[in-house]
Structures are given as C-alpha cells and as structure tokens.
Design a binder for this molecule. Structure first.
Ligand SMILES: [Zn+2]
Length: 198
C-alpha cells in the first residue's frame, strides 16, 4: 500500500515484541506527520545502541565503554555469592530490592529445547568458568518460576554442584496480596513445599 521507505519502516517496527502491523503503522505515521524531530533523535539513539552497547565480559549484563559492567567493577560487593538470572530485566528487579549484595550472571534466556535454545545458546559455559575460579561459595538460581525456568535451574544445579558451591533456588510463593485460588498450580505447590515455621 505504501512506497518502500514507509513500508520498510512499518515492517521494522512490526518486528518488535508486542507491536503488530496496526501499531507499527500508527507509530510510523506519528513520526512522519507529527514528530519529525523524534524520528531523527530515535535513529541517533538506535545507532548509539548498536555501536556502543555490549555485554559485560564477566556477567553478560549490558555495559558501554568498559569491558566490565558497573556491578562487576564494584569493590564493595560480596565476591562469594553469585546470583544467576535469565534476563537483564530480572537483574534490575533484584537490584531494586537491595536484598542481594553479591555478583550476577545473566543467561540471556532459559532452556527451551522446542525453540532450539540449549545450553550453548545461553551464557552457561562462561558461568561454569567463573565457578572454576573457586572463590564463589554460593550460587543462587533466580531463573523464573515457569516450567522452562525450573528446568533451567535443575540443569544448572546438576552442572554446578560438582564444582563445589552451595546451590540454592529462590523461593517463589503466592504473591503478597495474591489470592491462593488464582495462583497457578506450580506456584502453589512450591509455596507449600517451601513453608516455614513461624
Ligand atoms: Zn558484569
């Protein structure tokens, strides 16, 4: 329906998660008709993203100029504990709780054999290398409490335990304010298994 530059832009926007054809069209028309300066600042920001942002060589969090991210460069964190997360967003969520003072390792996904995601597609080998250096005493597996997240945690536990650290799994129960009847079965069974004495 549209000439190439417009259709190309629509096609690119539509590749983003959660953006369908109609939303892509609306965004492109907005950039053309209402906010041309946003189009150029957007393309500048995307260019910088492409050129300057990379993964931390140690934990695979995002970093810019330096090889190590700000967390890995910190001298005030507990070098004996390591928390494994699936996504950058999970690291940010955990950091915002100020509960964990150790270092992280970002897998960039969870095991999903049906979608062709095996250990080689995740940052697993660099995790095992970090453990082989010997200073980490506890690994906390904080992959999500989904079927794939649980399978990933189980796989990692089996790989990590022979290397010596204590391997723990985050507890995941009924959310505060949540209603038991609306919790899925996996959440509920874990909530029961992990019950504690008052
Ligand atoms: Zn890092």
């Amino acid at each position: 329906m549209f000439d190439a530059p417009i259709q190309n832009a629509i096609d690119q926007f539509a590749k983003l998660p959660g953006i369908g054809e109609r939303t892509a069209l609306r965004l492109v028309l907005h950039l053309i008709a209402k906010d041309k300066s946003l189009a150029s600042s957007l393309s500048g920001a995307l260019g910088e993203l492409q050129e300057q942002v990379r993964e931390c060589t140690q934990c695979h969090m995002l970093t810019t100029e330096q090889a190590l991210c700000a967390i890995c460069r910190s001298h005030s964190r507990d070098s004996h504990s390591l928390c494994v997360v699936a996504q950058v967003q999970d690291l940010i969520a955990l950091e915002s709780t100020h509960e964990f003072k150790g270092f992280y390792h970002v897998l960039h996904g969870v095991l999903a054999p049906m979608d062709g995601v095996g250990p080689n597609e995740l940052r697993v080998s660099s995790l095992l290398e970090r453990l082989q250096q010997g200073s980490i005493e506890e690994v906390i597996l904080a992959t999500p409490p989904t079927v794939e997240g649980e399978a990933t945690a189980l796989y990692l536990a089996q790989e990590l335990q022979p290397l010596g650290p204590k391997v723990t799994r985050i507890a995941s129960g009924v959310p505060v304010g949540g209603d038991l009847q609306f919790s899925d079965r996996l959440t509920l069974s874990r909530a029961v298994q992990l019950r504690r004495l008052f």
